[in-house]
Design a protein around this ligand. Sequence first.
Ligand SMILES: Nc1nc2c(ncn2[C@@H]2O[C@H](COP(=O)(O)OP(=O)(O)OP(=O)(O)O)[C@@H](O)[C@H]2O)c(=O)[nH]1
Ligand SMILES: [Mg+2]
Length: 369
Amino acid sequence: MGICLSKNNVYPSTPEEKNTNNTINKQIQEEAKLKEKNDNCTFKVLLLGPADSGKSTFLKQLRIINNMPLDEEDIGNAKFVCISNLLSSMKLICQNLESLSININPDNKQYIDIVIGKTDNVISEYKDKKDIPHDLIEACKKLWENENAIKECIKLGNKINLLDSAEYFFDKMNYFFNPSYIPTNEDILHQRVPTQRISETTIPIVDSTNKLRVFDFGGSRSQRLKWATFFDNVDLVIYIFAISSYDQNLQEDPKVNRLKDAEQLFKQLSRNKILWQKNIVIFFNKIDIFKKKLNTSPVSNYYPEYTGGNDYAEAATFFAKKFVKLNANKNRIVSTHLTWATDTKHCSTIIKLTIQSLQQYALSSAGLT
Ligand SMILES: Nc1nc2c(ncn2[C@@H]2O[C@H](COP(=O)(O)OP(=O)(O)OP(=O)(O)O)[C@@H](O)[C@H]2O)c(=O)[nH]1
Ligand SMILES: [Mg+2]
């Protein structure tokens, strides 16, 4: 390279070598600056997708996995949310048994009446620290332990927009009804609170000097109108939808299939001008429910072109191909992951992979790899 080494120093001997040396030094300085910038980077990440798809759950996992405590509001409201998710799910089931033609044991009719009659008042009063009436607790326990109709109705939960976590809360009702029980992180991960306010959370990435600045949005149709003002200077879009929702309709528009709505939404986002150059990671979420459903709710009932039966890999590949095809900019990287957002161990692997590729992409955009 025309450079003489003397002890620890580098001395150029001719004007040409001097020039080369200057160029190299400049490059080294620029790369060091870029590296420093990338070592202390804050990546802007958007969590986008339809309602009830798992965006806020994923944000909770991002905090847990990066050793950041859960949001104080989530912890403070945990008991109330668990109880109200549990009671309102039980009420929804009791109200729909007849329309779903599910028979009950006549001896249990009294408990169903108690649940339907008392739940709303109890939820509104519970916030004022009133106790849950004993007869309502007993009614819930009796129905869950002795009435098969409740379990049958859970299997038809897709028809009544039942919470995916209903069974989780019913299984743990003895804990939740105990006044001294303190909800765990797992309980908080199973809660359902639709996001009404856009949240911004800065999360230091564990074992790194970089941070994530994560925006979590409400996914219902009315909430989507607020998204676009946050699209500037994004580093990564994570599009999350529930792959298990292929047999469900939207809460806000019961005529529209949830997964078909998720397709349309993805198509629109992939065409968005401000996001045009941005890479997208798609999370096909709720695979735990998806796997179970395949046996009882054939995908071909909703997608007649699907021929893979109840095979999990076939069905997942079918949807993955569908979404990747919908991406309008073929020059951007679209990666896909099958995810289970309520499971911390599973999420940890996916989150690490996603952060790695985000950092890798940032370095390569800066010309450092
Ligand atoms: N079984 C299961 N439940 C999940 C999974 N991901 C999320 N949930 C549950 O699904 C419900 C909805 O999750 P959220 O994270 O609130 O959904 P969201 O996308 O933030 O919804 P919006 O705020 O309304 O847009 C919660 O009760 C979660 O516990 C999953 O992978 N498996
Ligand atoms: Mg949310």
